[in-house]
Write a protein that binds this ligand. Sequence first.
Ligand code: ADP
Length: 718
Amino acid sequence: MNQTAQILFPVNVPTAFDYAVPAGLSVSRGDFVYAPIGKQMKLGVIWSVGAAQTDKKLKEIVDVKATRPLSPDMLDFVDWTARYNGASPGNVLRMVIRNYKALDPSAIVTLYKPSGETPKNLTPSRAAVLREGGPWPARASEAAARAGVSSGVVKGLVKAGGLIAKEGPVDPPFDRPDPDHPGRDLTAGQDEAAQDLVAQVQAGAFNVSLLDGVTGSGKTEVYFEAVAEALRRGQQCLILVPEIALTQAGLRRFKERFGAEPASWHSQMGEAARRRVWREVAQGRCKLVVGARSALYLPFPNLGLIVVDEEHDTSYKQEEGVIYNARDMSVVRGHLSGHSVILASATPSLESLHNARTGKFAHIILPERPGAAVLPDIALVDLKDNIPEKGKFLSQPLLDAVAEVTSRGEQALLYLNRRGYAPLIICRNCGEKLKSPDTDSWLVQHKRTGRAMCHLTGFSMRMPRECPNCKAEDSLTSVGPGVERIAEEAQEAFPDARVEILSSDTAGNPAELAERMRRMEQGEIDILVGTQMVVKGHNFPRLTFVGVVDGDLGLAGGDPRAGERTYQTLVQVAGRAGRADKPGHALIQTHQPEHEALQALAAGDREMFISVELAMREMLGLPPFGKLAAVIFWGPDPKKVDALAKKFLSAAPRADGIDILGPSEAPIGRLRGLYRRRLFIQAESGVNLSKYMSIWRQKVRPPTKYKIQIDIDPQSFM
Ligand code: ADP
């Protein structure tokens, strides 16, 4: 009998399909192959080889692509991700294979680089090419574009002796990181932690370490040693960071430590850069990748270490398409591939802390900052006793603290995680609140751009002069503060200070962000008003005061992790102060000074917070003591969405240890014109919730235009 093979295609299919292997063709698991699907010829991956379960005549595989196959652990990882998260394996494979061109070797083209000689007849355009055409080697068109001249000038420089031309790959390999390039001298505490991590890598088997160190304690320097060890063993390393922490300054630290720029991977990169990283990783040549969450699905054939930096960060959860948590999936990847995983944070998630305490993860602690730097002192400002002036949001203690540090030539940060000028626009005449046209969310006023914006969908319009409801003119008024309004207030209070805003509106692209960071680092800003963009990993040596405008902001809403998130964010924000030799302090304005998260912050007592929070979770059976899943129903007609949710509920399989809550309207009841209803499923820790949900999901088929979305371990409660 002929051999058969099962092929998975990177499209929305629930399973691999059977094909016949024609005589003379030999295939193995992980091979890329061409095979017909419908009327098309498609590239898929051999998922298994063996006898078919059918008597039907099978279609034949046409050809095997000459490229390195996916490794067996990668295939297992795709299956695991799909099974755990209730996604189709084809869709997960699509996250792995993004661009077929990356399977072929790089095209060979003519590349140019300076010869080192001064060319004959150095015209201004030629000089511009030599000055601005790099990085070299470059294609004529690239160098010309960077220098703002025509390609002819670049080619002309070869004859004139200024450039040399050579054939080479368009996508060159990355420089090799050198593990023995000298790094910083570690403190005794750091060195001990580093040795522990190195030993974990040397064990050459699956293990997870929680690197738990206060802000600024040198976690990056410490995990660099584990990276170096994996590199010495010839293995590949992946460092995951939250997308907004993936900055030039961050990459520069890798270059300083390893003598070579790492490959970086994020959602905004172009096709060519993506193809280059993918190919080099897949071939095993690229040894060091620093990337946002989706880098976890790059096809590393020889992974030796994954570091998840800021492991508590919510951006590790992908909320669209295949819903997965890259932090948790990193641990799965480590398990399947048999290597070390390091989770690093100053404010670890309760899940990871629980795993460390119960011995599942090694717990490696860095209790202090190196050198003279000390942790900032945190105090609460009770807004009931310290009422800001009418129409203002900064209380006297905050203003006093800003005055004090700026008079010493130091810097202050005012933190408010709200973009724009005001979160609500209301008509004084009729009470109408400006709402997004197709979504249940208020429009946010942006004064800088003169627009009203929906932050959920990106909808925006010019700020109207009259109320859209009662048509009264100039009756619209702003309610509450955003960063623009706080900056305005700070500028009024400190007319001579240089006040700037840092949010995704003012620093939307990496270049703008880097420029603002540079100005802050060099003391060209006195008061920085920022959203969560300021929280991530930046070091400002002159920043000595952090004022939190609204410490209660994260506490509202139905998120069971609200207290935890507030605690984490505020520790991280306060941790921006006092990074160098100057001590820092932080003040948090709040209406709920008695809240345990805020009390623990003020007392500097993390243990108190963790034990109260864990005890509460245990009592309520919430993660990490129980499991949670959400089901969201979407559709254009609210009655039919209700009906779909009810039908789904009535199809729930019987099982012990399962509690179902809902259905109810989701907090965002309408998004982009679609209505949303929600169910929560709470399960005891012994239940296989993924399996239960998958059996349930198969019982109900939504009508077209309607969707049932399953979210295992939800992080967002919108
Ligand atoms: P974390 O990741 O814990 O917040 P970092 O690794 O970013 O800490 O270190 C914080 C700052 O302290 C960085 O500027 C880093 O270069 C510096 N630093 C850390 N360890 C040392 C050391 N042993 N010697 C000198 N500088 C250090």
